[in-house]
Design a protein around this ligand. Structure first.
Ligand code: FBP
Length: 534
């Protein structure tokens, strides 16, 4: 396979490891833990994996040796930069403990375990993928591992390959399922361990124990680079308003981080929209007012960042979508909409109204993710400005451009932060297995400090769980982390946004750098820096 010059040079990068994982490693155990909520219910559901202690790896003079371990690895869900380095860290970790150990990669996600599709990951395979983006080494998938027959089918191939433990790299749902699988194998005394790793560019798998999910750093830096480039273009041509939608299924962490890095004129945060019970018209008016204000000082250009999940956080839109789902499912006419929903529906551009009624998923629900929010907002802002023009309230020009950044960042070559963080997560996972742990997630903390001072270890997954209603049933889940409006990242944004709106305070972050001064190459996200400082 032909490689770029950067790929070749980057293959030789040796990820920085925390001191606790460099040589001999010993384990330090804390006190027993409790789940984040609903302790009695979670304890009853996970009798074998509940209450275990947080563990930390500390250096020792003793060499790290154990029986050879065969492990299986699974990539679950959306791609995130650094996944290959988790696998490389795990591989090197197993080999350090005993060179006879083997690593098997289950193909195309959790389905690979159930359907017995796998490859052995040898030195040659691993070396092809060190420090690369993507999940193409073994592929990923969204099959949910949640049923007993899947667990039993997986066990057959686990036995055949002599696998001691399965490591699942995924988001909140996949790690919840990892814990259910760990509990099942423990309850049956199968002697198979299960370890999770925190992944998702969305940044919504974080809590007191997990500083960040991997991939968030690289994805945000990739988007911030192109937003910066667009802003420089906007500031040069001075004739376009750029409406930029950013991935992140539900939480607005990516949009917020990109705003902190690039200082756009406008960034909408879904969680704020919901908390303030804002309507679509409130958002449109807010944007139009800023466009008009800038136009009054001769600035007919700017940038607007929009989180992917916005529509579902606008309470009135949520109600409209729920009503449409019911009416369409029963084959009823839209006359059945409540007057509030009918008014919103009538105010939507025709193309969006069509998307809401025609495009439905296999469960019959409206496909919210297909709605081009960036176009919806710019069209509605344009209409409002036209009215204001007639009234003499708007004196400028409004020419919008549209962008959606998502897939552009999900497989980018990992930043030094993600390359180091992921490699350490993989090595931690190997150590957790060697120390007999199951139902744990590998974690690395203190990551705003230099990598040598990072603290590697593991956290029982049950510790992060509570009970939530999902599809009409109460289920044990890891709590999804949305943007906190009283958190330092949002507060910093809110304290500056009026100035960014009126003046042109654009910041141009430029491309991710892999070699050079540490403040250029190793800086963590603004979100993480602000959260850790607070
Ligand atoms: P994960 O939560 O599985 O990491 O996926 C995140 C994500 O990239 C979201 O930001 C996005 O909405 C979604 O996946 C898109 O996934 P797909 O390409 O499978 O539709």
């Amino acid at each position: 396979m032909e490689k770029s010059a950067l790929q070749k040079a980057r293959a030789a990068y040796q990820p920085k490891l925390p001191a606790g994982l460099r040589g001999g490693v010993t384990i330090k155990e804390g006190a027993p833990t409790q789940s984040a909520g609903n302790q009695e219910e979670i304890k009853a559901l996970f009798p074998n994996t509940y209450g275990m202690p947080i563990v930390e790896f500390v250096p020792t003079d003793q060499p790290c040796i154990c029986e050879p371990m065969n492990l299986g690895i699974i990539l679950s869900g959306g791609q995130a930069p650094g996944g290959h380095n988790v696998i490389c860290g795990l591989f090197d970790g197993i080999k350090k403990l005993n060179p006879a150990g083997k690593l098997y990669g289950f193909l195309m996600g959790p389905g690979g375990l159930v359907d017995h599709k796998y490859i052995e990951l040898t030195d040659a395979v691993i070396d092809e993928y060190r420090n690369t983006g993507g999940f193409d080494m073994i592929g990923s998938g969204r099959t949910k591992l949640e049923k007993e027959d899947q667990f039993e089918s997986g066990l057959k191939i686990i036995r055949e390959l002599g696998i001691k433990a399965v490591v699942i790299i995924g988001g909140d749902d996949s790690n919840t399922n990892a814990c259910v699988l760990a509990e099942y194998y423990a309850a049956k005394n199968y002697g198979v361990q299960v370890i999770g790793c925190p992944k998702t560019i969305d940044g919504d798998l974080k809590n007191e124990q997990i500083e960040t999910s991997f991939g968030f750093d690289t994805a945000c830096k990739t988007y911030a680079e192109v937003i910066g480039n667009i802003q420089r273009d906007a500031n040069s041509a001075r004739k376009y308003w750029h409406f930029i939608k950013l991935m992140g299924r539900s939480a607005s962490h990516i949009a917020l981080e990109c705003a902190l890095q690039t200082q756009p004129n406008i960034c909408i945060i879904s969680e704020e929209v919901e908390a303030k019970n804002q309507t679509l018209d409130d958002i449109v008016t807010y944007i139009a007012e800023i466009v008009a204000k800038r136009a009054a000082s001769g600035n007919n250009f700017g940038t607007v960042l929009i989180p992917e999940g916005l529509i579902e956080f606008i309470p009135a839109m949520k109600r409209l979508i729920a009503e449409l789902n019911d009416l369409l499912a029963d084959g009823k006419s839209l006359d059945g909409l409540t007057s509030e929903s009918a008014a919103i529906y009538a105010s939507l551009p025709e193309s969006v109204a069509k998307q809401l009624t025609l495009e439905r998923d296999p469960h019959g629900n409206v496909q919210v993710s297909l709605i081009e929010t960036e176009k919806l907002l710019s069209e509605m802002v344009g209409k409002k400005l036209a009215v204001w023009k007639k009234e003499g309230k708007f004196v400028g020009k409004f020419a919008p451009q549209h962008h959606f950044f998502g897939y552009e960042g999900r497989c980018a070559a990992p930043s030094n932060y993600d390359a180091d963080y992921c490699y350490a997560l993989g090595q931690s996972a190997a150590q957790l297995v060697a120390n007999g742990k199951t139902g744990y997630m590998a974690v690395v903390k203190n990551t705003t400090a230099p990598a040598a001072e990072w603290i590697a270890g593991g956290v029982p997954i049950t510790m992060m769980m509570n009970m939530e209603r999902r599809n009409g049933e109460m289920k044990p889940v890891i709590k999804k982390a949305l943007v906190e409006l009283d958190g330092a990242p949002f507060k910093t944004f809110a304290a500056n946004r009026d100035e960014w709106a009126e003046k042109t305070c654009f910041v141009y972050p430029g491309p991710i750098q892999y070699w050079g001064p540490t403040e250029v190459c190793d800086e963590p996200t603004k979100t993480l820096q602000l959260e850790q400082k607070a």
